[in-house]
Design a protein. Sequence first.
Length: 345
Amino acid sequence: MSSVLNDPYHFETGEYRPPSEGGSSSLLVRLTRNCPWNHCTFCGMYKGEKFELRPPSEIICDINAMHRISLDLKEISIKSGRKGSITSVVVSEFFKKKPNLYFHPGVGMVISFLNAGGKTAFFQDADSLIMKTGDLTEVLTHLKAVFPSIERITSYGRSRTIARKPALDLAQIHHAGLDRIHIGLETGDANLLKIIKKGSTPEDHVKGGKKAMEAGFQVSEYWMPGLGGKFRSKDHALNTAKVLNLINPHYIRSRPFTPRPGTIFYGNASQNDHGPMSPGDQLLEIRQTLEALDVTSRICFDHAGNYWSGQDGRLLLSQSYEGYPFPEKKQQILALLEKGIQYDS
Ligand code: SF4
C-alpha cells in the first residue's frame, strides 16, 4: 500500500460515467467510491461494494498524477518533433518509460482527454454532491488550476442529496466550477419509485431538480422507459412527464430499462409482476411520455439501449448527445415514433 501511496503516478479510475461524458472524452476524476444509496432494484453497478468518501488530499494526488502523465506525454511529443500531439509513437515511448502503467485503466482515458483538447471532466462515482461542500470546492478549484483548458465539469448527483443540500452550498459548488449534474430520475411515478427502491419520492425529484436549476447548474435528467413494464406503463409515462414538466431541465435523457443479471430485480424475476414489453410497447410508452411533455429541454436518446430501428434498418432516433430541442422538434420525434410503432407492431 505504501508503495502505491508513494507512487507519483498512482491514481484511481472508477468504472462508470454517462455516455455523453465518454463521447466528449471527459477526464474521469474519482471523488467517492461506489454509491451511498445502493438499493435500487434495477441497478447492479455497485452491488456488494462499500461506499467511501475520499479525502480531498487523496483526490488532489490523483489529479496531480494525471497532470504528471499529461506533462510527460507532451514532453515526449515535443522532444520528438511532434509539437505536443499525442500520437501512438508518443504513447508507445511513454509506456517504455512507465511499463507499470500499461494496464492502468485510466491512462487511455487521460490520453483521450488530451487528444480531445482537454476540455471536459466528470466526477465519479454515483453521487459526488454528497461530499462536504468545502471538500468539493477544494477539489474543483485544484482541478481547474491544474488543467486550465477544462471548460466543463460534470457529476452524477441524487435528487435527494441535492434536495437536502442548502441552496447556498449548491451555489458555491457551481461557482467553484461544477457545471452540470446528471440525475437518475428513472420515473416520476410514486408507486414505481417505491417498487424500485429509488430512495426518492416525486417531490424529492422536483425539489432536487429545481434547486439544481436555481443554483445555475445545467441539469440532465435520466428517465427509464419500460421500467414499470406493461402493467404500469401509462402511470410511469404520465407521472414522469408531470415531474419533468415541473423541473424543465436542460436535458432529458432516455436510458431504457433492461433487466440485468446481478440485480435484485433480475434475481426476483419470477416474483415480478412486471409485464415484459415488446419494442413496439416501449415506443408507445415513449410516445405517451413525450406527448405529455411541456418543456424547453433537449430530449436525448444517447444511450445504446435506444436501439429501435425503422424499416430501412437505420436507427429510428438520433443518438446525438445534444438530442432534439423541445418544443421545436416535438412533432418530428412523434412522427418518427409513429413510424417505429408501425414497423414494430
Ligand atoms: S442511486 Fe444510482 S448508482 Fe446508486 S443504486 Fe441507484 S441507480 Fe445505482
